[in-house]
Design a binder for this molecule. Structure first.
Ligand code: SF4
Length: 397
């Protein structure tokens, strides 16, 4: 598995595979092939949802005089493929590069190794990680520090600050989100309303949702968020962390350690399955975020290794089969609300694990394998194409 730096990236929304990945490919291509003009052809999910996901905007900002072509065709190699062409003054092609946006902002260039750093962890499954920790008598944050290059805590501190900033920006912002849906921002309203007769459990839902909405609305408007593990699912972890910090008056180091715990969970999914909605549906994005947040929540309550694993497992198990069908191609409906629901579900999963981890039958590794297989079995229309599900029904209404 790679460094957690590769999992937690700070970048512009609304979709790591549709904005951060293509932007990275464009920068590499432009550096290799400086030219006065460029053309980019977007295939598959990038072609079908690139407008709503602001792929054209980020490419136009990165490449001079760029013509963006949206193709509905799929390339077998990967559902998020883009061809970049460098053109001379007369429009003649000087160079070409094909890239695949493989999820979480990472890319792979055709006929080259992927652009990510080498593996830093010797283990790839939760079982192996947990066995090693038990043998060495260390917890998950200590495990992470043992194998990560120096400076990880500084990176996680920056991640924590970026999460807080995205909450603050989302709560302070007002008005309507960009795009044709005309969706009103809700985070600030949720955060500020406090009915005098509000039951405790409603108050908990409101405040956790306010944080998740805040980050997801920041993301939907192209603001800066943390891939946790993706931009589309970026509201889940910050909402749970912020709620736990305020409720239990947690110190900064505890939150950094929790990010390390959530990171190991996200890394295991990324390494063994997928965190890309275009590859495996929303279960891969929101399901993974929910698992990461559930593990963090359990860790922050001093849970043992079994309970942390069970929390992550429950969170993923009950997202199996979740489709990706963003309405009109925007990362807004169902995405924003879904982040709030997943943050609440992460805490529920951790609570269930708290009292029943001794009776569990399903391991986290098994549920990750199942998610991957389920994702491959999902029809293409349910994998970030906006051609099926809620996206189709909304268009027809
Ligand atoms: S439905 Fe889920 S996977 Fe699809 S764009 Fe929205 S958050 Fe991402």
């Amino acid at each position: 598995m790679k460094s957690l730096r590769d999992l937690y990236k700070i970048g512009k929304g609304p979709s790591s595979s549709h904005t951060i990945g293509p932007e990275r490919a464009a920068k590499i291509f432009m550096q290799r092939h400086p030219a006065p003009r460029y053309r980019v052809i977007l295939y598959g999910s990038l072609g079908l949802t690139g407008r709503g996901h602001l792929t054209d905007k980020v490419l136009a900002e990165t490449l001079p005089d760029a013509e963006i072509v949206f193709s509905g065709d799929f390339v077998d190699e990967h559902p998020n493929t883009l061809d970049l062409f460098a053109l001379d003054e007369r429009g003649k092609i000087k160079a070409r590069m094909r890239a695949y946006s493989i999820g979480g902002g990472s890319i792979r260039i055709e006929n080259e190794d992927d652009d990510r750093p080498l593996d830093v962890y010797p283990h790839a499954s939760f079982k192996d990680v947990a066995d090693y920790c038990r043998k060495e008598g260390i917890d998950l944050p200590a495990y992470v520090r043992r194998f990560e290059p120096d400076g990880l805590d500084d990176h996680l501190a920056r991640v924590l600050d970026a999460m807080d900033t995205s909450i603050r920006e989302g709560i302070d912002a007002e008005g309507v989100l960009p795009g044709d849906l005309g969706l009103r921002r809700k985070a600030g309203t949720l955060y500020r309303m406090k009915p005098t007769d509000e039951p405790d459990e409603v108050g908990l839902t409101r405040i956790v949702s306010a944080y998740a909405f805040a980050v997801s609305e920041t993301n939907a408007s192209g603001g800066t968020v943390v891939t946790a593990p993706t931009c589309g699912a970026s509201g889940v972890l910050p909402a749970v962390l912020r709620f736990m910090r305020d409720k239990h008056d947690l110190q900064r180091q505890a939150l950094i350690d929790a990010l390390a715990v959530g990171g190991i969970i996200g890394n295991i999914v990324k390494h063994n399955a997928s965190i890309s909605g275009a590859e495996a549906g929303c279960q891969a994005e929101i399901g993974t975020a929910c698992s990461m947040a559930a593990a963090m929540h359990a860790f922050l309550r001093d849970a043992d290794m079994d309970t942390i694993e069970y929390a992550a497992e429950v969170a993923m198990e009950h997202h199996l089969g979740l489709t990706c069908d963003p309405v009109l191609g925007y990362v807004q409906i169902p995405c924003i609300e879904r982040n709030a629901v997943a943050a609440l579900r992460a805490m529920d999963a951790s609570n269930i694990a708290y009292f029943s981890s001794a009776f569990r039958k399903i391991s986290f590794d098994l549920v990750v394998e199942t998610m991957h297989e389920t994702g491959r079995d999902l029809p293409k229309g349910y994998r970030e194409t906006s051609t099926k599900g809620l996206a189709k029904k909304y268009r027809l209404k």
